[in-house]
Design a protein around this ligand. Sequence first.
Ligand code: CMC
Length: 388
Amino acid sequence: TGFFTYDPGFLATASCESKITFIDGNQGILLHRGYPIEQLAEHSDYIEVCYLLLNGELPTLAQRDKFENTIRRHTMVHEQLTQFFKGFRRDAHPMAVMCGVVGALSAFYHEAMDISDAYHREVSAHRLLAKMPTIAAMCYKYSTGQPFVYPRNDLTYAENFLHMMFATPCEEYKVNPVFARAMDRIFMLHADHEQNASTSTVRLAGSTGANPFACIAAGIAALWGPAHGGANEAVLTMLDQIGDESRIEEFVARAKDKDDPFKLMGFGHRVYRNFDPRARVMKKTCDEVLNELGMADDPQLRIAKRLEQIALEDDYFKSRRLYPNVDFYSGIILKAIGIPTNMFTVIFAMSRTIGWISHWNEMISNDYKIGRPRQLYTGAEQRDYPQS
Ligand code: CMC
């Protein structure tokens, strides 16, 4: 029609103003509220980054204590929600369960419907942050047939998640500090990434005035796809599929073949065209975990390292600026920690919840309009219904 800007895939459209996260894809810069991700990864932790994303500033010690205690107070889910889990098939994908359960939280916190009240918005953010690890671990426990493990509020966020995943009523799980640190890093490096597909989905859903739990459920659905959060799971599936170092060349050739839909999972990024700053930190953490486990020579890892090398040297990947992204390394770390592959994207969703809710809150706290894109219509012209 000529009236609208046509920008499929939103390659050149800013959908909103935001003060939360800055990305310079050419220079590989990622800042949360102005702080570089590398410095946060080195000196901060996930809980502090959550406070920062939500509130705009780093907390004082007293503010941090208060925030952490508030999150701890909300870690349990309503007991009735355990019944809801039982309606799912045991072999359901944990992301399918998570979408449903998080959406169902709307049915428990009616005051959250009042999104015009800043206090209610804050409590919803705290509830979501506190309950996501509990829900994620419950998804896993349900799939294994083991009883749900209640949260332990004396543990840190990452330790508590590992405890709920791996403890059983018969056996305590002794949390390995290297694993807890690696988990915390994974949470931190996935916390926010400005207007990616799932965050844009949360904003779009939120722009209609929908409640925060429903909006986050929409974000989880958008994250699930293999081009987005599903990539960490897809990396491991791909490494399994390759199976042996001798078959690497065959798969690389397939990735370059335009008639073959196969892509190297964990490579490439819409915004980062030189390197992904999160991938650098993740690679270091990956080495730490594998050394701790004495797994530096794991066969699957050798395939991963070789792929990484090919991507850095081969003209196809170099000319298209395709580098290993954050999910290439996070998948390998999670596997080494003993997290089952189908939980990888669930962990991404858990980590990204703070980003989603911070963006939602930023939008609702300011003037906003309902998100309503237009289209270029290419269908049939007006025509008459056939009369017999
Ligand atoms: N393997 C082989 N070729 C690739 C790959 C890949 N992983 N990624 C992009 N290309 C090619 C693509 O075919 C195109 O080639 P040509 O110019 O000859 O047509 C060129 O590189 C540019 O790619 P694009 O599809 O235009 O890039 P995009 O910005 O639309 O897509 C992406 C970015 C991340 C969806 C894509 O690179 C991809 O599918 N990667 C694999 C999945 C993945 O790892 N996703 C996780 C992203 S990071 C975490 C997150 O955001 O959730």
